[in-house]
Design a protein around this ligand. Sequence first.
Ligand SMILES: [Zn+2]
Length: 682
Amino acid sequence: MIKFATRTINQFMQQQKDLFAHYKQPSIKEDSYVTGLKLANSLKGSELVPFIPINGRQVNFYYCGPTVYSNSHLGHARTYLGIDVIRRTLRDYFNYDLLSVMNITDIDDKIINGAKQAKQEFLEFTKVWEKDFFSAMEALNIELPDVITRVSDYVPEIVTFIEKIIANGYAYDSNGSVYFDVQKYLADGHTYPKMRPEMNADLLQEGEGESQANKQSEKRSPNDFALWKASKPEEPKWPSPWGEGRPGWHIECSVMASAILGNPIDLHAGGIDLIFPHHDNSLAQAEACFNCDQWINYFIHLGHLNIADRKMSKSLKNFLTIDEVLKRYTARQIRLNFAIHQYDAVMNYSEEQVEQAISKDKAYQEFFQNTKIYLRESQVTGPQKWTQNDFLISNSLRSTKQVIHAALLKNFDFPTVIDAIDKLINQVNVQIANKTVRAPLIQSVVQYVHFILGLIGLNYQTQNNSSSDIKFIMAEVCSIRDQVKLAARKGEFEAISNIVTQKQFQYEKNLSNGIVDCINQFQQQVLAASQEKNKQQLFQLCDKLRDEQLFELGIKIEDKDKEQASIWKQYDPKELKLEREQQQKLIQQKEQIKKKEEEKKKQEELEKLEKAKIHPKDMFLSQLDKYSEFDEKGIPVKDKEGNELSKKQKKVVQELWEKQNKIHNQYLESLKKQQQQQQQQQ
Ligand SMILES: [Zn+2]
């Protein structure tokens, strides 16, 4: 029974392996850059495959961009946040030399319908949604690719590409449209569909949502898909050898990816929903054009996103736009929420799960705050001898690095990375609370945690997530304040009235976090003070704006030299307040220490003065427990038993007497001077 089951499983595994027998693993050459990284390659049934780029450290990377016809949603966030983390990791952790390309699909059935409904010209329509997409990406702190390609800019290249496929015998013109000839392609020994080899031929569909019935007559086989579509009236169209028309959806990625990155390409990524037909068709087209058998070496896919266990869709009313989500959570919290899920696994989005990300975010913030304060207060000049606790943290840092390295090598396993970081942080927190570990070691931990969280795009050290509105407003505010100060210094009060009335700020209050209110108030107060020609008040208002009003909002203005413009920096207001409190505490502590030292010094001087007042003749007379007889100067000659003092003893008391004589004379001298001064003053 067991034997039978094992054999069945083996047969099944063998069958699975054979399905991906077409895949050729790039071989290691002399100049190969081998890191040990393994990727779940869809070209090998998601098996983990060693990642070997074609040219040394260089990695050519293409990923499918959005079709711009509607708001950017949480599905986009998952795909592009995932790709962003992968890009940062390849570049910053593994040190690959990355060239990345993303396309914008601005020719598509959905776009044509959307533009019609909006009564807009289609390129005008797509520009709106393209802008929406990029501002959502910026709000989520997603880095731009090196190259962005738009389909509408690449139509001539698409036509040339299709001509080549036709010339190679793998496509045909029919009724003004061009189709890919799947039968011919397979007959010549190519593989299709490469990433869904288990698919039954009956299930292969074009998948562009168009009515298939009237197209079937144009095709040689139902599996053939369109490379070029003859335009219907009122549709956007471009000239071609087959008549006016527009590109099919899949052809764009084959053309634009190879236009920039050539053939073959190291890495291609996209959402899992694109794997078939889009990605399989893209592969077939490029391999048909270049007559090669492997255009892409590694194909990775970002997993599905469900909302509260259901597929996200407008009809289910669980469709979440990035804008909506950003109103509820910070970009950091959203990024963390995605990073705690493996990029290529199915992910379920729910409020409870975001809570987990929020508490992690808070823990990281606290960690950086606490270590910052710890480092500020710890003195490296203090004892540095390592204790058991130092060894504990040092070993923990090293083992964390090992765990994280292994996790990153294994198809970017960030859930494990985050777990390891959490454990390390917890250990360090305990040591910091007990002040039991040396500062340089904590510095190393902070740097490492900052670097690793940076791969997820989380930044806790320089919080400068200001919107472009704030950037614009603050540049103006600094300039106005500088001008007011300069004019006030020169006493040019009329000029001040002009400066503050010229510019009126009318921005949406929520965009500028209350800055506008505070600026408008400043302008009114400055205007009043300039009319009263009150120079001092003008300076006070400028200081108040810097030290109180803007500071409360997390904005720090730094004044430079008289001639130089002031600069501004934005922080988390809470962080800024905490920092000020800490600084004030430090100043208070310093003042207390100074006060104590001064008191001590005063006391010492007082004691010195009291001692100086004693006449040398009297200094030994009270010491009858030591001496019994004194000479005419008051210097002891016999001890308490009545014995003559030894030579050595005599020398000691003689010296003590002379010392006292000296300070007493100095005292008398200073007394005399004081009296003289008093007399002169009178
Ligand atoms: Zn694509």
